[in-house]
Design a protein around this ligand. Structure first.
Ligand SMILES: Cc1cc2nc3c(=O)[nH]c(=O)nc-3n(C[C@H](O)[C@H](O)[C@H](O)COP(=O)(O)O)c2cc1C
Length: 366
């Protein structure tokens, strides 16, 4: 099957991209003291030069004292880090690419294996990262208000530096997702509640603040996941109705594109339909969506962290869903991490040159 349809341009507000392929956000921990280096800039500009439509940066943390658990994860605040990011976006634009930073607060985390710790305890809706790990403090309403403003400042800086869009990290068990999940959000104030809709209040306020800071014409992406690192099969929304109660307020708050994280894009979300998460999000909100998860690979990414290699696989099922209109954009992680030229090889149908993914690729900025 030809992948031609993935090479049609896409425009939405500030975003004008040459094809439908997005580099998924991937933490690399190559930014000492939180400052992206020249090597980080060249890593991204190599992908821009090699026809990646939209690059989403690795998660980059907002201005809260315990937003990160790793000294080598980039900051999105402070003069030096923002100058590093300016260098990144200028390099990407010089190669004709487009990019948005993924702005991130990790919430309550496990301690990093390096032994590095932030100056104050991790913070979240409660002390919990998951039901089996208590390693932080519950945020006060003042902490929450300050965090919302910090997300807004990061988004404003993204626009000021010249990025094409911004992505808010609301997935994978980090801060925003800790508010969504009843196992980590046991609050009795306005940020807690029995329903997913009630526990979405924090995310809604973050999106509204980001919208206020960037204006109407700047594209805002929100990344969400049903699954949690502590429970791969978990579903925040157990029915289409519950998903509606979750996504519609976020859509109304100002999300332009929902980035629907799955480990395997072909897995249906609910019984009785083969629609995946991105398919449902588009059907419910009418907004653009991004799908992701083992596109072009035969093994999923969490197994990759445990050392499992993956081989290239066919794009036919992806293209079938794309043609049906289930989603607008397709994010690709490991294949583009391992090979800056993945998109060009797909475009030119050079399948015999695809390299797959092995964990050695994580050791360097290829
Ligand atoms: C090394 C690595 C780091 C990742 N870091 C992030 C991250 O910072 N933010 C995020 O939302 N997802 C992160 N992910 C998940 C990817 O964005 C993506 O959803 C996942 O790898 C599935 O896509 P793939 O099967 O094409 O690799 C990471 C994945 C990998 C492999």
């Amino acid at each position: 099957m030809s992948s031609e349809q993935l090479f049609k341009p896409f425009s939405l507000k500030s975003l004008n991209i040459k094809n439908r392929i997005v580099m998924a956000p991937m933490t690399r921990s190559f930014s000492p003291n939180g400052i992206p280096t020249a090597d980080v800039a060249s890593y991204y500009s190599r992908r821009a030069a090699a026809q990646v439509g939209l690059i989403l940066s690795e998660g980059t943390v907002i201005d809260r004292p315990s937003s990160s658990n790793d000294a080598n994860i980039p900051h999105f605040y402070g003069t030096a880090a923002l100058a590093g990011w300016k260098n990144v976006i200028d390099g990407v634009h010089a190669e004709g690419g487009s990019m948005g930073p993924q702005i991130w607060h990790m919430g309550v985390m496990a301690n990093h294996h390096s032994g590095w710790k932030p100056s104050v305890p991790f913070e979240g809706p409660s002390e919990y990262n998951n039901p089996n790990l208590k390693n932080g403090v519950a945020m006060t309403e003042a902490d929450i208000a300050d965090t919302i403003l910090a997300f807004g400042r990061a988004a404003a800086d993204a626009k000021k530096l010249g990025f094409d869009c911004v992505e808010i990290h609301g997935a994978h068990g980090y801060l925003i997702d800790q508010f969504f999940w009843d196992a980590t959000n046991n609050r009795t104030d306005q940020y807690g509640g029995k329903t997913l809709a009630e526990r979405s209040r924090f995310a809604v306020e973050v999106v509204k603040e980001v919208r206020k800071q960037v204006g109407e014409d700047f594209a805002i992406i929100l990344r969400l996941s049903q699954w949690k690192p502590a429970d791969y099969n978990f579903q925040l929304a157990k029915t289409p109705e519950e998903m509606e109660s979750w996504l519609l307020p976020l859509s109304e708050a100002g999300v332009d594109i929902f980035h629907c994280s799955q480990r395997r894009f072909w897995e249906p979300e609910f019984e009785g339909s083969d629609l995946n998460f991105a398919g449902w999000a588009k059907k419910i909100t009418g907004k653009a969506t991004i799908t992701v998860g083992s596109v072009g690979l035969n093994g999923e990414f969490l197994a990759a962290f445990a050392g499992e290699s993956s081989q290239p696989s066919s794009l036919d099922e992806l293209l079938r869903r794309f043609d049906r209109g289930d989603f607008d954009l397709v994010a690709v992680g490991r294949p583009i991490l391992a090979d800056p030229h993945w998109v060009e090889k797909i475009k030119e149908n050079k399948t015999e040159e695809l390299v797959g993914f092995s964990k050695e690729a994580l050791g360097a900025l290829l």
